[in-house]
Design a protein. Structure first.
Lengths: 255, 281
């Protein structure tokens, strides 16, 4: 069996006195389209930071492409798209092309300049998210959804194996969410990019997604999305309710 | 003007130093402004004052230090201040801006003490506070040249890293960039530029040459490249017109450079308004 792209074994994280994550076991295989869903405060961001190597777990083991995360050097294999809302100030003087190009920074390495034909790579990355005609526009002039696509292009330009997205649909109006997921699905199927996204919004989880992991400090369910679909709303709510207790889950996780 | 420059060495020094600073201050300023560190530049210039005043006092009281160029202690103070700011910003993680008033008042406090301890360097001090056309020595010019070389080497090595760090710090860290080190180096280079620019524009106005041309450039730039280009053009324009008018009108160049910068800024603001309304600019 092929090595999983991302593997977490018994990962826990304690933040001061609070256990933010407990015994997380997660295997993400090549080609997966996984949504990690959890209410606010369920440890989603902490989990992402641990996967990206920005936080060291209190216990447990994290491996990226079969290597321990702290020894993993090929960071360009992991494309990260941060939550749009706090990512940058909109008045920043930069064009879409300049932002996308900056995704190559790690791959090129310190002390080296961008290659001469970098514009071809920029165009290709923008094309795969349907934004090639915006290359010379100022990034601040675009809508939230368009900016999110640009940030995905920035992650794609280094040809990553995995794309990790933090709350990607925040700031995108509901009618564009569908086409956004279609684009992700296209990247997943046609470009064979493994996609991991975290979201608090169960409604946002679309048909394109293959796997789901339900997180609330620990993982309550991880499997095919279809298996989750066969559960009735009541079952799902009861299951989540059992897991979280004392919380009104309808409003909390919008099941 | 050209004739005077050819004739007097002090004018050559002032113009050469001014032209160099007109490039490096706004060039680094673009990164300082987009990273929202403009006020830090101000704080560092006040720390430089402490170093300059300290050096002037020491050269008065210890005869062996009589010939010491005050810029050296100014640069030392500025670089030390930049490292302290970083330390304070980490210490007061949720109140990062606290570092600025702390460092600024420390700089002014020490400056005030040295100034009151010493007697009779008010004219020297005036030139350090507001800049001078006549006080730039060959040695000052060489210091500016060395600082400019450091800036050029630093930016050519770290340009793309600084762009990522400025645009999206979280992404920079997630991409595995040595964000902390690049930032510390950036602060040190900023401190050097502030200390170097001070001879021309003066301590109190040094941050204006770092921020005003950039503020004007940002009004009209769509890309980062344009922002850098226009910042340098505006910076040079302000320095040339400012120095020339300071020389002819016998004014402090810090003042004239700032006034020219403000005029450029206002023009860009209104130019944009007019073009938006469809009135030909």
């Amino acid at each position: 069996m092929a090595t999983p792209l991302i593997q977490l074994d018994n990962v826990s994280y304690q933040y001061e006195q609070t256990k933010a994550l407990k015994d997380i076991n997660l295997k993400i295989e090549e080609g997966d389209f996984l949504a990690i869903i959890g209410p606010n405060g369920s440890g989603k961001s902490t989990l992402l930071k641990i996967i990206l190597g920005l936080l060291k777990p209190t216990s447990g083991r994290v491996q990226l492409l079969g290597q321990p995360v702290d020894q993993f050097k090929e960071k360009e294999q992991i494309g990260y798209v941060s939550q749009k809302s706090n990512a940058f100030n909109t008045g920043f003087p930069a064009t879409v092309a300049e932002v996308v190009r900056s995704g190559l920074v790690k791959k090129i390495g310190l002390f080296h300049r961008y290659p001469k034909n970098v514009h071809l790579e920029v165009r290709q990355a923008l094309k795969s998210v349907g934004m090639e005609q915006f290359a010379h526009r100022n990034i601040g002039e675009l809508s939230g959804g368009q900016q999110q696509r640009v940030f995905i292009a920035r992650a794609l330009i280094s040809n990553p194996k995995v794309l990790i997205l933090d709350e990607p649909t925040v700031g995108i109006d509901s009618k564009n969410v569908r086409s956004f997921y279609l684009m992700l699905s296209h990247l997943n199927r046609e470009h064979n990019i493994t996609i991991v996204l975290v979201t608090h919004d169960v409604d946002a989880v679309s048909k394109s997604i293959s796997h789901v992991a339900c997180l609330n400090r620990t993982i309550h369910f991880h499997g095919f999305k279809n298996d989750m679909d066969t559960m009735s709303d009541e079952q799902l709510e009861a299951w989540y309710g059992h897991a979280v207790r004392k919380v009104d889950h309808r409003s909390e996780v919008q099941v | 003007m050209i004739e005077s420059i050819l004739r007097y060495e002090f004018l050559q020094n002032a113009f050469a130093a001014g032209l160099i600073i007109g490039v490096i201050a706004p060039l680094l300023g673009v990164f300082i402004v987009v990273r929202r560190l403009s006020l830090i530049a101000d704080a560092l210039s006040h720390v430089t004052l402490a170093g300059i005043a300290g050096s002037l006092y020491l050269s008065q009281s210890i005869s062996a230090l009589g010939l010491l160029n005050p810029l050296y202690l100014g640069i030392t103070a500025s670089v030390t201040g930049s490292l302290f700011i970083e330390r304070l910003r980490r210490l007061y993680k949720h109140y990062e801006e606290l570092a600025i008033p702390i460092i600024m008042s420390a700089g002014l406090g020490f400056g005030a003490i040295f100034i009151s301890l010493a007697e009779g360097f008010s004219s020297d001090l005036f030139s350090y506070l507001f800049g001078s056309v006549s006080a730039v020595s060959r040695q000052d010019l060489w210091i500016v040249v060395i600082i400019a070389c450091i800036v050029v080497v630093f930016l050519s090595f770290f340009f793309k890293e600084l762009f990522v760090l400025s645009f999206d710090e979280e992404y920079a860290k997630a991409s595995g960039l040595p964000a902390k080190w690049v930032h510390v180096l950036f602060m040190i280079v900023t401190a050097l530029v502030i200390a170097g620019s001070m001879r021309i524009v003066g301590i109190l106005l040094v941050s204006s040459l770092i921020t005003l041309p950039v503020a004007a450039a940002m009004r009209i730039s769509k890309s980062f490249k344009q922002a850098i280009f226009f910042s340098i053009v505006f910076g040079e324009l302000a320095v040339i017109v400012g120095l020339a008018s300071a020389f002819y009108l016998d004014l402090a160049p810090g003042g004239t450079i700032v006034v020219v910068s403000i005029i450029i800024l206002l023009l860009t603001i209104y130019l944009k308004k007019w073009t938006k309304k469809g009135v030909p600019a």
